[in-house]
Write a protein that binds this ligand. Structure first.
Ligand SMILES: [Zn+2]
Length: 257
């Protein structure tokens, strides 16, 4: 019998669950193959060479062998374990939120290097400033873009008129901004302030480091969060589970002020 084909890949681990007596089932997002689920044989044994290398939110270089049902991880080398991020509960919660969305939007056997890089850039931005929510908002908008679901931000999606400065509306499900005259059937319309529109356009044109340099007050932050979360949840087709823990941390931090 021919030996199983092996391959190497760079991945960011998203989550893992125990499997059998000592194995780990690892879900990861790879640069070249999209979402991959693979088994770390014996990875929960303290003597395993894989021990500690497959923790969620770790960039790893892996050697894998194609298995009958699932690929098997034979070697793992940590590229970045995000030690700073893992020392902060809020940053961990944000990392889990990113991991859930990458797992939800990322397809198996379909590479999306833009999504892979977005995840890594956002984790670095979260690690640099765990208290800021701006990296998450940038991530949500760009997640939609790299997934082919880019919301319109410059014209009315219905009549195609260029939007003048002013108050407009936004619909997660019909594809973005709308003028005040158009109300397509079934559009989940919500108000969109000029300030929020400007920030969305700034995110659209910037990299994450430029985006995170802009000051956003609490009211504007809430509007952006509500708009982008609603849009991402709509396309995901379900509630984002890790967001409830993030919200709890957020509310606790408010009550401490
Ligand atoms: Zn219109």
């Amino acid at each position: 019998m021919a030996p199983p084909r092996t391959y190497r890949c760079e991945a960011i681990t998203l989550s893992h669950t125990p499997l059998g007596e000592a194995d780990l089932l690892v879900t990861m997002y790879t640069r070249d193959q999209g979402k991959v689920r693979a088994v770390g044989k014996g990875a929960r044994r303290s003597t395993s060479k894989l021990m500690g290398h497959l923790e969620p939110l770790t960039i790893v270089k892996l050697s894998l062998a194609h298995g009958r049902n699932m690929d098997v991880i034979s070697q793992a080398e940590v590229v970045d374990g995000f030690a700073t991020l893992k020392g902060d509960l809020t940053a961990i919660a944000k990392g889990q939120y990113l991991a859930e969305l990458v797992g939800g939007f990322g397809a198996e056997e379909s590479a999306n290097p833009g999504l892979f890089q977005l995840m890594i850039d956002t984790l670095r931005a979260v690690a640099a400033n765990p208290q800021s929510d701006t990296p998450l908002r940038f991530f949500e908008l760009h997640l939609l873009q790299v997934s082919g679901l880019s919301p319109e931000l410059y014209q009315c999606v219905e009549c195609r008129v260029e939007l003048e400065p002013g108050a407009h509306r936004f619909s997660p499900n019909v594809g973005g901004t709308l003028c005040l005259e158009c109300s397509p059937d079934d559009a989940h319309l919500r108000p969109l302030s000029l300030r929020a529109l400007k920030i969305l356009r700034h995110f659209d044109r910037s990299n994450i480091y430029e985006a995170c340099n802009i000051a956003i007050d609490d009211e504007l932050a809430e509007e952006l969060k509500s708009l982008l979360l609603t849009t991402v949840s709509y396309w995901l087709g379900k509630e984002i589970r890790s967001n409830s823990f993030l919200e709890r941390l957020h509310n606790e931090s408010l009550s401490e002020v």
